[in-house]
Design a protein around this ligand. Structure first.
Ligand SMILES: *Cc1c(COP(=O)(O)O)cnc(C)c1O
Length: 466
């Protein structure tokens, strides 16, 4: 080893010396001695590597300490935090999909705080069923005669396939072999469930006779999957649910549909047309329907399964049901959300309210925010209200856009990309987009109680950069 490298390595203070610094104690208290030690070790390790490679020519101890502090600060903050969604994507999977209303949050916090009758029958004083809290609600709202709820919809599909078609074949149209959100791919889920996939038809057209002709004595299921995040437009057709149900019945097969988003109420009044409600599917004789709890339903993450009682019973008995079971906080949130539907107050569910917010209301909201921002930082930003296209997200209505409004902001002191980055680092972080050199803040997804916070974040940026 070259002597100058040796000399540099010796200039790095020892771990004990560093741990004795006065600023270390508060971090130790909050994060534990081992965490602090391992962060020091990481940074020292990186310094050593650079010295050995010859890329570091001097040791700056205050700089080393600063780097350690930066990393410790990151650990000190909660990792999972609320953010302000100014993207206009309502069911944004990366931003946590659905927001819950106050009454739903209250139901969760009450159950979380103490013991509950999660699996206890209060009338009989004996063990009860976890699903009893929501099964009847799902049945009421969809017309099905049985329901199961698990951790998420991917789990629901896996469970249904395993319980109802394992060891046999399931027939699916080539136009429905989709991938959703990166890791959920229908062919892989089928393989995982031990179901042999039989593809029929073509990407754009599948006929009922394609299904009929593919049936063998090993066939157990006809599977329909919502194409979610894409649309085939033009020369395109698939058989109706009624036709598929009939063929399934004639051949003693299960007809299952993975609906993905799963709307409980007709959203055509809000201009969103062409998606069946879960009740529509049940009425069209689909035997088992699966859908997410946190997409268009607007509740917590969950996988809902509704359908015919004998099939639901079979699903409940499968060992995967236990492995994928829903937890009590989620169950509380789901029950409270479903009750809002039962009482005919769907418009009070934040996801539904955001989707159905009309252009007029959004424009007023944008103008209000513009006035607030003008007052707070009008010298720094150029602010306009512009018309934008919002989207539903979560794989629903991918071809539809919602007419929305955004604040379009710009400053000659800061680039758009830099402003977006600074906003992301605020407390709370603001997630915005850019278009043509402007930063866009779509107002549809900004909650009422976030408006003041958003303006404060922008004001801070203006102060930092003026
Ligand atoms: C979103 C979606 C899933 C996965 O649901 P998660 O709740 O995210 O597990 C499965 N199938 C379809 C058709 C979907 O749209």
């Amino acid at each position: 080893m070259k002597p100058e490298i040796n000399k540099l390595l010796r200039e790095i203070p020892s771990m004990d010396e560093l741990l004795a610094r006065s600023w270390v104690a508060p971090y130790e208290e909050k994060l534990g001695r081992n965490t602090v030690k391992s962060v020091f070790a990481d940074v020292i390790g990186e310094y050593r590597k650079e010295i050995l490679k010859g890329t570091k020519k001097g040791i700056n101890v205050p700089e080393l300490e600063k780097e350690v502090i930066k990393r410790l600060e990151r650990y000190k903050r909660n990792s999972l935090r609320r953010v302000i969604n100014a993207t206009g994507v309502v069911v944004h999977t990366n931003l946590g999909r659905s927001c819950l209303s106050e009454e739903v949050i209250k139901a969760v916090s009450e159950v979380a705080r103490g013991y509950s009758n999660l699996e206890y029958d209060l009338e009989k004083g004996e063990r009860g069923q976890r699903l009893d809290h929501v099964e009847w609600l799902l049945c009421q709202l969809t017309g099905a005669d049985g329901a199961v709820v698990v951790n998420n919809n991917a789990g629901a599909v896996l469970l249904c396939l395993s319980a109802l078609a394992q060891g046999g074949q399931a027939i699916i149209s080539r136009g429905e072999l989709v991938e959703i959100g990166g890791s959920f791919r229908i062919p892989e889920i089928m393989a995982q469930s031990g179901v042999e996939m039989v593809e029929v038809g073509t990407t754009n057209k599948t006929h009922i006779k394609d299904y009929r002709e593919a049936i063998t004595e090993r066939t157990k299921m006809l599977l329909k999957v919502h194409p979610s995040n894409f649309r085939i437009i033009g020369f395109q057709s698939v058989p109706s649910r009624e036709e598929l149900a009939e063929v399934a019945k004639e051949n003693d097969l299960v007809f299952m549909e993975d609906l993905g988003s799963g709307v409980l109420v007709d959203l055509s009044v809000c201009g969103l047309k062409g998606e069946p409600t879960v009740a529509n599917c049940v009425r069209s004789n689909v035997d088992v329907v699966t859908f997410s709890g946190d997409k268009l339903l607007g509740g917590p993450q969950a996988g809902c399964i509704v359908g015919r009682k004998p099939l639901i019973d079979k699903i409940k008995r499968h060992p995967l049901h236990r492995a994928l079971r829903i937890d009590k906080m989620t169950l509380a949130a789901l029950e409270a959300t479903l009750r809002i539907y039962l009482e005919g107050r769907a418009h009070e569910i934040p996801t539904i309210a955001m989707l159905c917010a009309d252009a007029d209301t959004l424009k007023k909201k944008a103008l209000r925010l513009k006035r607030m921002l003008k007052r707070a930082a009008g010298d720094f930003f150029d602010i306009e209200v512009v018309e934008v296209e919002d989207v539903v997200g979560g794989g629903a209505y991918p071809a539809d856009t919602l007419k929305g409004y955004a604040l379009s902001i710009k400053s000659n002191k800061i680039k758009d990309s830099e402003l977006v980055e600074l906003l992301r680092k605020k407390k709370p972080p603001v997630i915005a987009t850019t278009a043509g050199g402007f930063v866009l803040l779509h107002v549809r997804t900004i909650l009422r109680n976030e408006e003041g916070l958003l303006i404060d974040c922008l004001k801070e940026v203006a102060h930092e950069r003026s």
